[in-house]
Design a binder for this molecule. Sequence first.
Ligand SMILES: Nc1nc2c(c(=O)[nH]1)N[C@H]1C(S)=C(S)[C@@H](COP(=O)(O)O)O[C@H]1N2
Ligand SMILES: [Mo]
Length: 175
Amino acid sequence: MQILVGILCAILAFSQQSKPSTPPDASAILRVTGDVATPLSLSLSDLKALPRKTLKVVNPHDKQEEAYEGVAVQELLRRAGVPQNEKLRGTAMASYVLAEASDGYRVLFSLAELDSDFQDSEVIIADTMNGSALGGKQGPLKMVAPHDKRPARWIRMLKSLTVVTVVPQKLPTDH
Ligand SMILES: Nc1nc2c(c(=O)[nH]1)N[C@H]1C(S)=C(S)[C@@H](COP(=O)(O)O)O[C@H]1N2
Ligand SMILES: [Mo]
């Protein structure tokens, strides 16, 4: 009897193991993860269906006027359940958004920098420039921070936003 139970368990374990894991959603191109209530996985068409913002900026590098269209980062953070406006206080004031691109480039924004109660940063996740989709190394998604004087945080090939809350550091008691 015990042997039979053992064999059945082994078969069950094997069948569980050989089950194919859920395939990654190929159309999901932007992930909003980390310290969020509701992680998001958004495709290009999901982004097209969200409230859209347009920005006219002069690119600090080539001094050309560019029109970007996309979704406000604050909108995405709101949908992910990140504290905003009057709820942005306490530990969330030491939270930041880590934006990562597929070439490994990474930039940071504090939550307060992306909150309209603190400043109008107008940071958007753009999917078009001058009416055309962002191709090649420019896209498909590019974060545009129009009030930064250098475009170093205009992160191209954006693939994820991760919210991180800085853990309070314990200072040695003898200090
Ligand atoms: N993914 C990614 N985005 C990036 C960078 C990068 O190396 N990788 N460099 C940044 C810097 S330092 C600048 S000045 C601008 C340059 O943008 P451009 O290559 O479109 O002129 O992109 C920013 N965004
Ligand atoms: Mo740069």
